[in-house]
Design a protein. Structure first.
Length: 122
């Protein structure tokens, strides 16, 4: 009915803080906390654990830099496409405005002539 009691106790976890340093133009550090088991530190020692932390920071910094460059490249492409589409919309609006002015003249000119003719007749 009940499960037998467990003979193994959960291992306590030791928290290490990884510090990710952003580029100077953003000027912020972002701590990343990783939980590693006490057995990891007992087996490999603090020196190796600290080396692992340094390696993790280097890898994370590299990936962040690559991601930032990729995002900047994609934003530049998006911005170029957006500018192209806005220019196309402006061109089409100018064409529409020219057509509208033409048709306004076509409809209002005969009306104005008719009004002038009626005024001169009386």
């Amino acid at each position: 009915m009940f499960a037998p009691p467990s003979t193994t106790l959960p291992t306590p976890r030791v928290a290490r803080t990884f510090t990710v340093v952003a580029d100077s133009d953003h000027g912020a550090e972002m701590p990343v906390t990783a939980r590693l088991s006490r057995k990891f530190y007992e087996t490999f020692g603090d020196e190796l654990a600290n080396e692992f932390v340094d390696w993790f920071n280097a890898v994370d910094s590299t990936y962040r830099t690559e991601l930032r460059e990729l995002n900047e490249l994609n934003f530049a492409r998006f911005d170029a496409k957006l500018e192209q589409r806005v220019a196309e919309i402006h061109r089409r609006l100018a064409e529409l405005e020219a057509k509208l002015v033409k048709w306004m003249f076509v409809f209002w000119a005969p009306t104005a002539l008719a009004v002038v003719a009626l005024l001169l007749r009386s």
